[in-house]
Design a protein around this ligand. Structure first.
Ligand code: SAM
Ligand code: SF4
Length: 344
């Protein structure tokens, strides 16, 4: 379905949990208040919403979190998104810690691609960026965590799965990791992408490195980079190839360039809040509608959920704005737009 600005909204990001086994410095603080179990939608409820979204024109669904692989039943959920909800394409975004053991079941479920978030290959920087140092203390344990993520990336690529590695480069934290991470694309057919930090929650304490500077750093060390024009993914990334590399480099200039004019996405949080933009304070909950009496998901309820989805699509804003006051909404009203809550 098209929104009021003519954009085709065909991509839904679904968060299946607000829990996470990492505490990335710019994302999820320690001691956050998590939703209570009954507030979180069951996987069955999420499938109902996704089916309604597909009937509104959504074709691609990204499963995210928190850490989605912490949610029991995830592989069956992914299969249901394809077989019952009717999504053409289902992909997963994960921190990779629990990925390797799930890969065979994920592939069997029909997963089309996996994005692994990885901000550093250097163990000390990995421990720092993921908050593991403070939480676990033991360097041995944490090195093992990093090894598991890297091993999962190679195994997924080896299985022929479409793999993207996502890094958020931050000044004074992991800039030294831009080249080592980029080099993962030299011998392996993966896309290594650098995402500009968005000022949501605690991320506003850090300064992201702009895409242009990231490209300059990679170009100087590994170039010349040339624009890659093939089709890769559904998002706003620009891709580049380096001479003789099997994989590609991508940048997502979320802040410096923005991509609102071609934005095709909606987001659903694990407790059923549907949102059309990260920077707006709209909070449309589908949970109440879903849980109305009578129980079940009959045609009337389906029509009501579909109507809410259509309204959210229609009212999608023209562009994002992370300033303290936006369209009369105070940043305070947008405090729930945090990546670990809404799925990044
Ligand atoms: N836990 C999973 C993971 O890390 O991939 C899925 C959820 S996480 C919120 C999804 C993505 O959002 C990660 O790649 C993370 O780096 C990114 N992210 C979190 N906060 C961000 C911010 N403020 N700006 C840009 N990206 C952010
Ligand atoms: Fe967890 Fe992902 Fe946020 Fe890191 S980025 S704290 S792994 S939700």
């Amino acid at each position: 379905m098209r929104d009021s600005f003519g954009r085709n909204i065909d991509y839904l990001r679904v968060s299946v949990t607000d829990r996470c086994n990492l505490r990335c410095l710019y994302c999820m603080p320690d001691g956050v208040k998590l939703k209570k179990r009954p507030e979180i939608l069951s996987l069955e409820e999420l499938v109902h919403i996704c089916r309604a979204a597909v009937s509104c024109g959504v074709k691609k669904i990204k499963v995210s979190g928190g850490e989605p692989l912490l949610r029991r039943g995830l592989c069956a959920f992914i299969a249901a998104l394809k077989n019952e909800a009717g999504a053409d394409e289902v992909t997963l975004t994960t921190n990779g810690v629990l990925l390797e053991e799930h890969l065979p079941s994920l592939a069997k479920a029909g997963l089309n691609a996996v994005n692994v978030s990885l901000d550093a290959l250097n163990p000390q920087i990995f421990i720092k960026t993921t908050g593991l140092g403070a939480a676990a203390g033991s360097a041995g344990f944490n090195n093992e965590t990093l090894n598991r993520v890297v091993s999962a990336i190679f195994r997924a690529a080896g299985m022929g799965l479409n793999v993207k590695i996502n890094c958020v480069p931050i000044e004074g934290l992991n800039e030294s990791e831009i080249i080592p991470l980029s080099l993962l694309a030299e011998k392996t057919a993966v896309a290594v992408r650098f995402i500009e930090l968005m000022p949501l929650g605690r991320a506003s304490f850090y300064r992201g490195i702009p895409a242009k500077k990231v490209l300059q750093i990679i170009n100087e060390a590994c170039g010349p980079l040339t624009a890659f024009t093939g089709k890769l993914g559904n998002g706003p990334a620009s891709y580049y190839s380096a001479p003789f590399w099997k994989g590609v480099i991508g940048v997502i200039p979320a802040m410096s360039r923005g991509f609102c004019e071609t934005c095709n996405r909606l987001r659903l949080s694990a407790d059923g809040v549907l949102s059309s933009c990260l920077s707006s304070g709209e909070n449309v909950s589908l949970r109440e509608e879903l849980r109305k009496k009578p129980e079940g998901f009959g045609p009337e309820k389906e029509a009501a959920v579909k109507k809410i989805i259509q309204d959210v699509i229609y009212n999608k804003k023209a562009f994002n704005d992370f300033s303290p006051v936006y369209n009369g909404e105070k940043a305070e009203n947008r405090k729930d737009k945090l990546m670990w809550k809404i799925g990044g």
